[in-house]
Ligand binder design. Sequence first.
Ligand SMILES: Cc1ncc(COP(=O)(O)O)c(C=O)c1O
Length: 280
Amino acid sequence: MRVLVMLDGTVVDPGTPVIRVDDLGITRGDGVFETILVVDGKPRELGPHLDRLDRSAAMLQLPPPSRPDWEHCVQAVLDNWRGGAEMALKMIYTRGPEFGDGTPTGYAMGLEIGEKVLRARQTGVAAITLDRGYDPEIVSRAPWLLLGAKSLSYAVNMAATRHAESVGASEVIFIAADGSVLEGPTSSVVLVNGRTLRTTPPSSGILKGTTQGALFRAAERAGWVTKVEPVTLAELREADALFMASSVRKITRVHTLDGTALADTTDLREELNALYESEY
Ligand SMILES: Cc1ncc(COP(=O)(O)O)c(C=O)c1O
């Protein structure tokens, strides 16, 4: 790790212990986070990421994050970065130590982008569909399930990714109990049919993707039709092309779905990535 800045703006040597062992973020995964892509010192979609941090914190009933403090903290990471042109900037906001005074723990880290992600941007990924185990109908009825919050409890998402790797794939597309398509463990799903882009709605208990949002903005300007609506598994399989979108992976092509090779859509990948880049 290269840069660590606490929410109060203190720049800390990344090797220094700064978090208590009884922090509820560690002992219960009780907190929220964001990962932002920074290119040439400029954070992408900072406003939408901070908005999502606010929404996630509200769902967990955490104290509202202070926007000026976070903006200051993010700026300090940018100012102290000595790594490559791209950086993954992670913001962590937990409920703080158990039996503490209720003050959340907050910090931001600047990290290099992992090799696996960089390779996948070029080569694409093999994805498998996996059950996520809930019906979208539960989302509004059981807000304590925190569906759609970017909470620190990502163990399930990581386990799903490991399962994909154990069967020779590298990505997962989660499917709800009613057969509708959800999202990846760390990405949004984008389908292409002709000149129409589709993604699945946050009302199904998934994250509103900032990368998908940027892509759709640019695509609409370029004359594409965009749709945010429920997608069935059959529609996923019949799409002209599939992509996984997230801040660090950008718009990564799915070349194989459940073991079936998809049509070569390298040109489309380049077109969509160019549209996405045109936002910055
Ligand atoms: C579950 C999930 N869905 C979607 C996304 C994509 O969001 P964004 O494009 O804002 O990075 C992420 C990002 O990590 C995620 O964890």
